[in-house]
Design a protein around this ligand. Sequence first.
Ligand SMILES: Cc1cc2nc3c(=O)[nH]c(=O)nc-3n(C[C@H](O)[C@H](O)[C@H](O)COP(=O)(O)OP(=O)(O)OC[C@H]3O[C@@H](n4cnc5c(N)ncnc54)[C@H](O)[C@@H]3O)c2cc1C
Length: 413
Amino acid sequence: MADGAVAEHFDIVIVGAGIAGSALAGSLTDASLRIALLEALPRERLLGDEKNDTEGVQHYDARVSALTESSRNFLQAIGVWDCLDPNDYLDYAHMHVWDALGTASIDFDASEVHQPALGTIIENRKLLRAAHGALSDQENLSMFWAEAPSKMEQQASSGVPQTLIHTQNHRFSADLVIAADGANSKMRTMLGFESREWDYGQHAIVATVRTERSHQQTAWQRFSEDGPLAFLPLADDAETGHYCSIVWSIESDLAQKLFGLSDEAFARELERAFESRLGRIEAVSARQMFPLRQRHALDYVKENAVLVGDAAHTIHPLAGQGLNLGLKDVALLSTILQEAAGQHLSCSHPLLLRRYQRARKTENLAVMATMEGFHRFFGASDPGVRALRNFGLSWVNKQSLLKKAMIRQAMGV
Ligand SMILES: Cc1cc2nc3c(=O)[nH]c(=O)nc-3n(C[C@H](O)[C@H](O)[C@H](O)COP(=O)(O)OP(=O)(O)OC[C@H]3O[C@@H](n4cnc5c(N)ncnc54)[C@H](O)[C@@H]3O)c2cc1C
């Protein structure tokens, strides 16, 4: 668009309408805030075909998330959960974790903390559609599909710093720009945020599988020196079949080989790696593969810009925490911005943005460090570490109070 064209002004422009960006937009309902949500993809590409008539393993989105109770509560509070059908998700009550190189295992059960579930498994596509469904009547929100910022400039209006955002078809000005454009965030770079990142040397293969036996409402995780393998429970029915979503994080060269196998050969490799805990793998969906990198932005806020979700941090999927952390960013940022609107403060007030950064960086870094510890501890093949791991798992499994604390921590409550 021509540089001279008049820019449309919004208090807040959110870039990226993934789960973090759309949940944030949906939570900012204060009528005094004018919000724009920009998404690079066209609507149908992001949300897919709503009347899905595929069957069996192809029926499911290969990407699913294990949500904590804290994430679910937040999504309920902002109306996203109401846009889901109860068949769209599955609560799981048990978790079984074991070490491939030893004999030890650990079990977590929701009943230990007097809860009906440890968490909820949901397909990303369904959650995203629900998040967008909740936005449909929001009067203070303007949605722009297939729009990505190509250039940004700083300007001031009556002494208040603003960002001028150019896209192919529009020009926007904003008091606050929020980057929610995911792990490979272009906004992070355009806005001049630095990040620290390194490669895990692993890729994650995700797919839906049908298994011979029921998953028993259990999330299964096997650790081996090649990387963790998770089976997350989906629909379970004696007639239509038992389904799980798998996340197989594995050393990159081996992942490439596994990814290239025929469905039948892949199913046999998967069955072997999973020690046939759920019997035969009867069918496998189309697979997807993701390189695994850890990233953390050195700062989450600048003068009038903020990072949320994967744009601020990405972690190893081994404990299914990435989106849960992103939703906690969203929940806190939303509370702070709504409070500011109530007090007629600018939404880019430095004290408010610093409050967000302080709280979220502290928690995100702590979780990332814990995950890094798990990753190294469970990936080590050194005999001393293996012995310690076996002893540790057996010991923790018998410590009822410690397990309760771990369950509560993992549930985010
Ligand atoms: C294999 C795997 C398994 C995982 N399992 C779990 C789990 O069980 N639980 C969990 O909590 N987390 C899990 N995660 C992490 C989780 O998937 C991510 O944290 C989450 O999807 C990030 O959401 P987001 O909205 O921040 O980013 P994204 O989902 O990446 O959304 C970004 C959006 O921005 C758009 N966009 C990109 N660039 C631009 C641009 N320039 N302009 C405008 N729009 C743009 C994109 O099209 C997209 O819609 C897993 C991750 C992986 C890789």
